[in-house]
Design a protein around this ligand. Sequence first.
Ligand code: HEC
Length: 162
Amino acid sequence: MFPSISHPTIRMVSPRSRRAAYAFLGALSLSVLTPGTARAQAPSTAGTTLEKLYTDAQATRGREGYLTYCASCHKTVEHAGPRFWPDKVGKTLGEFWGYLRSQMPQDNPGAMSAEAYADVIAFIMQMNKMPAGDIELPADSVALEKVRVVPPTDTLRSRNRR
Ligand code: HEC
């Protein structure tokens, strides 16, 4: 069970990400508090990337950022599907976000704003067919550390078929 979040523990980057973080944590804890409902139909997706944790508009922004800051060295196929997830599954989006902020772009780490890194992750989630929703993925380490990376099952199946 996740601890409840008190306001001072949310490390803010900007008003936009603060609003996003509160909306995000609200949505996340709701599903965490009602795991029985989810379990009735399927394994619980609470606290995973299978919850609707970014918006399509955010992913579109993230795509722009990716094209500007990442595509000179990476192809999107590296960051989608079977080649990508095996290394990430079970880790948290917080780890991923922290890695990108501190290491990428490799020739200029930290070149993007904290929000722009979250947007890039939203784009990567969209490429990986993780469901989008109404709340944005926040640029907030506390919130992102609560989300475990779980790929959609069809992604896993295609990996297993190899
Ligand atoms: C100047 C070239 C360059 C740019 C630009 C760049 N990367 Fe990288 N990236 C690399 C190299 C080289 C590695 C391998 C580094 C290593 O293994 O330590 C890497 C590794 C990675 C990894 C880890 C490998 C994996 O599959 O987990 C991810 C994720 C990643 N980059 C994402 C990004 C994203 C997102 C951006 C844009 C914000 C970006 N990179 C921009 C060169 C670059």
